[in-house]
Each structure stands twice: as C-alpha cells, then as structure tokens.
Design a protein around this ligand. Structure first.
Ligand code: HEM
Length: 492
C-alpha cells in the first residue's frame, strides 16, 4: 500500500489555514469538536483531516471504513499516539496507551487470560451478588419509593465496589472503597484542567505552577491510597507462594483464595526493559482497570435506566420477560438466567447504540503509510473513529435517535457487537484494540438492569422529567442526572 498511497491526497481538510478550525472548537472543548466534526462530515464526506498536532488527525464516521481499518487492516491501525506530558505520568506502562508491541501484548494477554477470562469472572459472582444487596439496601433505606433517588451516584459506587474487589481481592470495607472511588474520580474529572500541560509543557508548567503542583498532589494522593492495597496483596501472594513451595498448603487455605487483578501483575517481566513492574506501573495498571470498568459501565446503566423510565411500556415488557424466566419466588435474577432473556439483551444493546459511553474510540496511530477510502493515511497519523455517529447512522438504523430495542429482536437482526464480521455499532471498538472488558461489561449491564427492573418499578418524578441531553465528562453522561422513584414490586 505504501507505493499507491504516496500519490494520493490526505482526506479533505476543512480549513485552508491549518489550525484555524481548531481554534473554533478549542473554546468549547471536546464536546465542541464533535459538533464541529459533524458539520465538516456533512460537507466533505465521512473521512476528514484536522491539523491539531504536528501529525495529521483523521476522523472517520463511516462503518465500512471503520471495518476496513480496524478489522481488515487491523495491525496497521493498532498503535497509539506517543504519550503526552500528563499521560507519561499517569499511564506509565498501561494497556490503553501502550504502543503496539511486546509490552502491550504481554499486559493485554495477562488481563484477558487471567482476571477477565470467563472462568475467573464466574468466581466473582458472589461479589456481584453482594453489590446488588448494597444497591437495594440503599434504595430502600433512602425510601426510594417516596423520595427521588439520584441513581448514578449509587451505580458509580456499586461499580467501584465490584472493580475494587476484582482488583485488590476480597477484604475491603466501605471506607476503603470510598477512598479509592474519591481519588480515582478526582483524577478523572480534573484531567481536562491539566491537559494544558500537554501544550508547550516547559512554559505552561512555569506560568501555571500552582495548577501543576495540584496535578502532582493528586497523583501522590492516588499513590497513597492504592499502594497500601497493592502492598497488602503482595504480602498475601508471597505467603501463599511460600506455603506452596513448602507444600504445606491445606485444601482449606486454598478455598479462600480468589486471584485478584493485581496478583497477576507481580511476576510479569517487561520484555523490553527485562525487569518486573515497579510501583508506578502497578498504580497505573490498577487505576486503568478501575477507570476502564466503572465510569463506562455506570454511565451506560444510567442511560439505559433513563430510557426505561421514559418509556414505561418498554420497562413493562422487560419486566414480563424477567418474570417469565425466573418466576415469582426466586430471590434474584441469577447470572445464568440473563442468557434466556432476548429482550433484556436488546434493551442493553439499544442503550449502547443510542448512548455509547464514549463518543470516540481512543485514538489509533498507523504504523505505515496506508490507504483508506481512496485517501492517504500517512505513517504516524492519528485516526479517530466516531462511535456515536456510526451507531446513529440513518443509512443503517431506521429512526436512529429513537430508543427501540425491537430492532435487535428477530433472527436477521442479530448484531455482532465485536464488529469482526462487519460493523454496525462499535461501543467497545473493534479489532486488535477492542475493549478487553466487553464480556464483563455486558454481564454487569445485563445482571444489574434485570435485577433492578425485577425488584422495583422505576417511575418518573414530577418536576424531574427524564431529559436525554448529553454532557461530556470522562464519558458522555446525562447533563441532568436521572432522578427517579423506585417502587418495590414485591413484599419481602
Ligand atoms: C460499558 C462498559 C465499557 C465500554 C463502553 C468500554 C469501551 C471501551 C472502548 C471504546 C475502548 C477503546 C477501544 C479502541 O481504542 O479501539 C476501550 C478500551 C479498553 N477498555 Fe473498555 N469499556 C467498557 C468496560 C471496560 C471494563 C469492564 C474494563 C476492564 C475491567 C475495560 C478495560 C479496557 C482497557 C484495558 C482498554 C484498552 C485496550 C487496548 O488499548 O488494548 N473496559 N473500552
């Protein structure tokens, strides 16, 4: 492809003067970029170039081009841009920002074959059940049937509790979980204020000294919270290994031990540096695990619940399906039950299509000159894929802005969410960099939606009608968070 690409032009650039358009949307932030890009795509077609950094940034809003790049030509598009100043500090050796190479392969294989392997995910079903209990207790305690519940706060805590357990093992209390949640969210939500340090860092660090200190302070606080948990886990693993080598281990001891994510990291050796992961690496990887699996899932849960409240007939149809599978007497919807609920799956997929938590994939970088849609994509160019626009493409989806789970029912309509056979929507990406948490995320979405709808009837509150306006935080959240009543459906 190199010889053919050299004679081709780059995808069209809306600006005669590079960087001019950039100024237009920089004022409004990333949310502004999305609407600016939409108008540019309408004018110039589904693949365009913007000059944001020294390498051209290409934006793709078409499912066929996304499939060609991410799946058919996947290895060329699997790299990430070089980390910037902030990313170098907070993402030292993690998966999502790692270059396409041996270290990324090692870390990615580790997460998929260990903690995210379906058999290990099954070992954590007790944790999911425990978290469900916490959620329901808080709805009842706050008299959710009389006083409106700010649902997303509960969902966020629930997802943190789960992921913290999977990351650091089974023995954490509410205070510790809250501490981790606080510092992780503080870091995430303040990131946009610190992005300025990626532009001309020597200068910006000097003139914005206080803000730079604040950034370093948050990173230190994060280390102070996560490192004791990492150390405690290392001790447990070392003692266990010692016992095993002395062949003293009783069956009983073994039964209590469930491997956590951080346990799988201690013995890994970085292939390029030939050394084990250091403390900074461990903090980055644990932080990535927590961030990857909490905000995204809590956001998706809130959007789905918002639609179930807005459209009570969909909620009732879902409730009927759940009832018909589990009956009246069952304590809860078990994880195996959700497999028998096609309408539940359709509701979750429709939620992810209409409201993907991320409106862009993480940026991809190409490793060599290549061709896409008849244009040149130069080596080291950044390619961005517009997730929301692909899932709302009127050429593929009838009435794309309408929440209609029925579109996923029926035999021909089965959508391959991994995109490997063709892309219709990509909330988790596709190809080599596809989200490794896709299986866990789908399980969490299906299990919690099914149980919440089975146990409570979710109702709109007067004066707080469901408003589907979007706002960009780390993910794209509801501008006016959902406030609802949770009326118990069953007496206990
Ligand atoms: C609804 C929930 C989730 C959504 C919508 C989501 C979405 C995504 C997306 C769009 C990407 C970028 C793909 C690309 O750049 O091509 C990604 C990457 C990633 N996600 Fe998720 N994710 C979710 C849950 C999770 C969970 C539960 C975990 C782990 C516990 C996780 C861990 C990761 C990691 C480590 C990456 C980086 C992969 C790589 O660069 O190789 N995510 N996710």
């Amino acid at each position: 492809s190199r010889s053919t690409s050299s004679s081709l032009p780059l995808p069209p650039d809306p600006n005669i003067l590079p960087f001019l358009g950039t100024l237009q949307w920089l004022r409004e932030g990333l949310g502004g970029l999305e609407s600016y890009l939409r108008s540019v795509h309408n004018r110039l077609g589904p693949i365009v170039t913007l000059r944001i950094t020294s390498h051209p940034a290409i934006f793709v809003a078409d499912r066929t081009l996304a499939h060609e790049a991410l799946v058919l030509n996947g290895s060329v598009y699997a790299d990430r841009p070089q980390p910037d100043t902030i990313s170098k500090i907070i993402n030292k050796h993690n998966i999502s920002s790692g270059s396409y190479g041996a270290t990324w392969r090692l870390l990615r294989r580790n997460i998929t074959s260990e903690i995210l392997h379906p058999s290990r995910v099954r070992c954590y079903s007790h944790a999911r059940h425990w978290v469900l209990g916490i959620l329901f207790d808080s709805f009842r305690k706050h008299r959710g049937d009389q006083e409106p519940i700010a649902l997303v706060d509960h969902l966020q805590y629930a997802m943190f509790a789960l992921l913290v357990l999977m990351c650091f093992g089974d023995k954490l209390d509410e205070k510790q979980i809250k501490q981790v949640e606080f510092i992780q969210r503080l870091q995430l939500l303040s990131l946009s204020r610190f992005n300025i340090f990626n532009i001309w860092p020597k200068f910006t660090k000097l003139i914005l000294r206080k803000r730079w200190q604040e950034f370093l302070k948050i990173r230190k606080q994060q280390r102070d919270v996560l490192l004791p948990l990492i150390h405690a886990r290392r001790k447990i693993v070392e003692e266990r290994n010692k016992k095993r080598s002395e062949e003293e281990e009783e069956e009983e001891d073994n039964k209590d031990y469930v491997q956590s994510y951080v346990d799988t990291l201690f013995d890994l050796e970085l292939p390029d540096e030939k050394k084990k992961l250091d403390e900074e690496d461990l903090v980055s990887l644990c932080s990535e695990f927590l961030t990857g699996g909490t905000d995204t899932t809590a956001t998706a849960l809130q959007w789905i619940m918002a639609n179930l409240v807005k459209y009570p007939d969909i909620q009732e149809r879902l409730h009927e399906e759940i009832k018909s599978v589990v009956g009246e007497e069952a304590k809860e919807v078990e994880e195996e039950d959700v497999e028998k609920m096609p309408y539940l799956k359709a509701v979750v997929l429709e939620g992810l299509r209409r409201h993907p938590p991320g409106h862009f994939l993480l940026p991809h970088r190409v490793t060599e000159d290549t061709v896409l849609g008849g244009y040149k994509v130069p080596k080291k160019g950044t390619v961005n894929f517009m997730v929301a626009d692909i899932g709302r493409d009127p050429k593929v989806w009838e009435e794309p802005m309408v929440f209609k789970p029925e579109r996923f029912m029926g035999e021909e309509e089965v959508v391959d969410i991994t995109g490997s056979r063709g892309i219709k929507m990509i909330p988790f990406g596709a190809g080599r960099r596809i989200c490794p948490g896709i299986g866990l995320a789908m399980l969490h979405l299906e299990y919690y939606i099914a149980n919440m709808v089975r146990e409570f009837q979710w109702k709109e509150v007067e004066g707080h009608e469901v408003d589907l306006t979007e706002r960009l935080e780390f993910t794209v959240v509801m501008k006016h968070p959902l406030k609802v009543l949770a009326v118990p459906r069953r007496s206990h």
